[in-house]
Design a protein around this ligand. Structure first.
Ligand SMILES: O=C(O)CCC(=O)C(=O)O
Length: 273
């Protein structure tokens, strides 16, 4: 499937692919044009609010609500609701970037706006974690393209990665733990074994891409304005569904042990071959 749209999304370079494959993350300067950034930000802010953004309810999408975790607000699955956003998030150009980095045909998995509010409100650090243990997916290779829609210096919460740690295997589920146990409490060796990526000064429209198995975290948003991010996630096209609970897949009737064949997860044709 291809969504026809001409987004200002650039191609990735060979050097960027090499960096991603070796380290499990890469920075892509100016991935989105200013027009794409402005269009995404305007839609997100009009849906979620500007001064004190709220989360779009999953049960009643017409309603906004405080998030159950108060350090962020989010709008999940925004491209299912808004055709213009779909034209960016499920575009051939973005799919080509994802597929080139991954080195496989890809299936669109998910997108959302993710807003980390200022730390003074509650936008504290994103703890060290891997994403993959939180997903109902049978394999590695899945990636996230994370694009701030406002300038995002380290003090606003750009992501930090343990380079190469996507090869460390699955370490457990550590995001939004209620018992305060951290990944680095149970796996302290990981900080010695892998080098931490430098603090990144991202401009609006720059991206970081990361493998869902990499260990990563983000510092608190120490500024006084919200950190607006648009994020897409991409599957190797043969990925199979395990049946573990997840809001992305619950209630869709996906058969266990089968690829995620459903209109929400289209295979997108790309220029990557
Ligand atoms: O935006 C953040 O602070 C966390 C995002 C994250 O961990 C992810 O996209 O995997």
């Amino acid at each position: 499937m291809t969504v026809e749209h001409a987004p200002g999304i650039r191609a990735v370079t060979e050097q960027e692919v090499d960096h991603y494959r070796e380290k499990g993350w890469v920075r892509l300067p100016a991935l989105f044009s200013p027009e794409v950034v402005a269009g995404l930000l305007a839609r997100a802010q009009s849906r979620m609010g500007v001064a004190e953004p709220l989360t779009v309810s999953r049960q009643s999408p017409q309603e906004l609500e405080p998030n159950e975790y108060d350090w962020y607000a989010r709008w999940d699955g925004c491209s299912h609701e808004d055709p213009w956003i779909r034209g960016v998030g499920q575009s051939r150009a973005l799919a080509t970037a994802a597929s080139t980095l991954m080195g496989d045909k890809i299936r669109f998995y998910f997108d959302h706006f993710f807003v980390k509010v200022p730390a003074a409100t509650s936008g504290t650090e994103t703890p060290w974690h891997q994403d993959l243990p939180h997903h109902p997916l049978d394999r590695q290779g899945v990636l996230t393209i994370w694009v701030p829609l406002v300038d995002c210096p380290p003090e606003k919460g750009s992501l930090r990665f343990l380079s190469g740690s996507h090869r460390a295997g699955l370490l457990g589920r550590y995001l939004n733990r209620r018992d305060d146990v951290q990944l680095v409490d149970e796996h302290p060796w990981i900080l010695d074994e892998y080098e931490m990526s430098p603090p990144l000064h991202l401009r609006a429209g720059d991206a970081t891409v990361h493998n869902l198995a990499i260990t990563h975290y983000a510092p608190p948003n120490a500024t006084d304005t919200a950190r607006w991010v648009y994020s897409t996630q991409w599957l190797p096209h043969r990925t199979r569904y395990t049946g573990a609970p997840n809001h992305r897949t619950d209630g869709l009737g996906l058969p266990i042990d089968r690829p995620l064949e459903h209109p929400r997860f289209p295979i997108i044709e790309t220029d990557a071959g």
